[in-house]
Design a protein around this ligand. Structure first.
Ligand code: COA
Length: 350
């Protein structure tokens, strides 16, 4: 019998939560950097050298929940399970179609998962990581057998296309990860081995990436203006202090990786891939340098898709899986960071 420790909660059982299927949905419509050269004062050279992004996808028709639903259908097909077998759907998004109902409920309806409970998590670009952690806890507690984690964001609908500091960075897309209970056979434990999640909400950090909702109090609007000297989210658009977030990310990502490795008594050399949130190639290169990694261990697709919040991790994981780059027994770290500021990692044996 294994004992898993999660802060002070001890879960005692012999169940693993294994990744049984993954999926993705990416819009067909591609915008290359050179399109931006015509609308704003920027260049392909600046965007590529500062971010690693060459193009991004923009969704023109689908709602966010439909994107997530499409990714979910692929994950279910890959896992070879029917929607009726899903016990729980956790959706992570920062661009939900509705404040309520939860996006997960809309996905549940879309895919016909008539035996599931559904709710959303809001942990920005670390959303998939937080959701996988929750899925793992539900499975290891014995309460749920099949948990679908869907992540999706329509970031291009909340950036100002006149703001060169923001609009070039983002895209749209969705991903899905299906986790299922599997009895531990006594061999090397498979599935989610450990997770580490944390939020750093000191000082001005919570206001460093924001998208104000319609229900924000007027007074709070004034306070935040004074707080950072910046008018936040005018007309429902996103605000980001890019430099502050960049510094936070470079500092934090290695800390998260170290923490999650420590939990399972492994070193970076035990890891096949670090599947990291695709926010900026320079952040990912800094991690490669810090660990002196073979760059192959840090797969990237930011050049093709840009940043679409929490779904970048699940889409990248799906692309590795569908190209047979991950073999049974490989150890993978999923790592994300974002608005909050939140950060987290899951370490998984395939
Ligand atoms: C946004 C980011 C790419 C900016 O890169 P940077 O090297 O820090 O650039 P700076 O913000 O210092 O800006 C440098 C100059 O480039 C300019 N610039 C910004 N965007 C530009 C663009 N698209 N094209 C051309 N110039 C641009 C700035 O206006 C500034 O000009 P100035 O010196 O005349 O004022 C980088 O800070 C970043 O990636 N941050 C993290 C963002 C992130 O990860 N967000 C999501 C977290 S989940």
């Amino acid at each position: 019998m294994l004992i898993y420790e999660y802060k002070k909660v001890k879960i005692i059982n012999n169940i693993n939560s294994v990744v049984r299927g993954t999926g993705k949905y990416l819009p067909d419509f591609i915008i290359e950097n050179k399109v931006f050269e015509k609308i704003i004062d920027t260049s392909d050279e600046w965007i590529v050298s500062h971010t690693g992004i060459s193009e991004r996808r923009i969704e023109q028709e689908k709602s966010n929940f439909e994107m997530m639903g499409e990714a979910a259908k692929i994950a279910l097909k890959n896992a070879n399970i029917s929607p009726h077998e899903i016990d729980l759907i956790i959706a992570s998004t920062v661009t939900a179609d509705y404040s309520f109902p939860a996006s997960a409920c809309l996905v549940q309806n879309y895919i016909g998962a008539d035996n599931a409970a559904s709710f959303d998590v809001s942990a920005a670009c670390a959303g998939a990581i937080f959701a996988v952690d929750l899925a793992d806890l539900y499975i290891k507690s014995g309460r749920m057998k099949n948990v679908l984690v869907v992540s999706g964001d329509l970031m291009t609908r909340c950036v100002d296309f006149n703001d060169r500091t923001l609009c070039v960075l983002f895209g749209d897309g969705a991903g899905a990860i299906l986790l299922s209970a599997e009895e531990n056979t006594g061999e090397n434990q498979r599935g989610v081995l450990a997770s580490y999640i944390m939020s750093d909400c000191d000082g001005d950090k919570p206001m460093s990436i924001t998208l104000r909702s319609k229900t924000t109090k007027k007074i709070f609007e004034e306070e935040t203006k004074e707080f950072l000297g910046n008018p936040h989210n005018i007309n429902g658009l996103m605000y980001m202090n890019g430099r502050a977030v960049y510094q936070f990310a470079v500092r934090t990502v290695t800390k998260i990786i170290d923490e999650v490795l420590k939990k399972v008594n492994m070193t970076i050399s035990d890891v096949k891939y670090i599947v990291a949130h695709q926010a900026n190639k320079r952040i990912l290169d800094a991690i490669v340098d810090r660990y002196n990694l073979d760059p192959e261990k840090m797969p990237m697709n930011i050049d093709k898709y840009a940043n679409f919040s929490s779904a970048t991790v699940s889409v990248l994981l799906h692309e590795l899986a569908e190209n047979n780059k991950i073999q049974r027994g490989d150890v993978i770290i999923l790592v994300g960071f974002g608005s909050g500021l939140v950060f987290g990692a899951n370490i998984i044996r395939w």
